[in-house]
Design a protein around this ligand. Structure first.
Ligand code: FES
Ligand code: FES
Length: 204
């Protein structure tokens, strides 16, 4: 038969031994751990030194963030602020897909460093709606079928809004000129034009 008292003594001894080992282990690991924490602390410090602090207004709200200096406005909006309505298509400032408003003017947000937008008022497609109500330009795009795949549409709508901010009653030529930087690969141009003209007509 198994001697229970012996095994209990044995277990207790093992237990005490185990504690001893872990205490010794902890003391032995302490310098290693503190070196490790120092490394993390130094890395965090270096990271905050390489980052820039930026404050701006996005869709009416003040935003203050730490960003890498090379972050574009489009990356800030999409990756950091999760405003994914702004699309990055060419990422070279050539297609207008990433158009947002900066102080009321259309800009290609993929081609602008976020840091250069410091102190600005940025409006993205998410900022056009009033609560649940679509903006008249958004309504016009739906009404006149001004989209096919819809990928370029946020940029088209923001470019149209910039035209109407500058001139609420633009001529057809002014609309053509203002929309010329926004490409649509599925060539929905006739209906895009109809949509912007309809939105402008509401102001006449
Ligand atoms: S994605 Fe910015 S201009 Fe094309
Ligand atoms: S609606 Fe398809 S690219 Fe513009």
């Amino acid at each position: 038969m198994k001697d229970k008292s012996k095994s209990r003594v044995f277990s207790r001894r093992n237990f005490v031994k185990g504690i001893g080992t872990s205490v010794i282990g902890t003391y032995a690991a302490a310098p290693v751990l503190s070196k490790f924490s120092m490394k993390i602390f130094e890395e965090a410090e270096t990271e905050s030194k390489t980052k820039e602090s930026l404050s701006l207004h996005v869709n009416g709200k003040k935003v203050s963030v730490l960003i890498e200096p090379e972050t574009t406005l489009a990356e800030l909006l999409r990756n950091k602020l999760k405003l994914t309505g702004t699309k990055i298509i060419c990422n070279q400032g050539e297609c207008g897909g990433c158009t947002v408003l900066m102080n009321g003017k259309a800009v290609s947000s993929c081609h602008l460093l976020a840091i250069d937008a410091a102190g600005s008022e940025i409006i993205t497609i998410e900022g056009l709606m009033s609560g649940e109500k679509l903006h008249p330009i958004q309504e016009a795009f739906i009404e006149h079928d001004g989209l096919q795949c819809g990928f370029c549409t946020p940029g088209q709508v923001m470019a149209a809004q910039a035209i109407l901010i500058k001139n609420p009653k633009p001529s057809k030529d002014e609309i053509l000129q203002g929309m010329s930087g926004n490409l649509c690969r599925c060539a929905a141009y006739p209906n895009i034009m109809k949509s912007v003209i309809a939105a402008a007509d509401k102001n006449k």
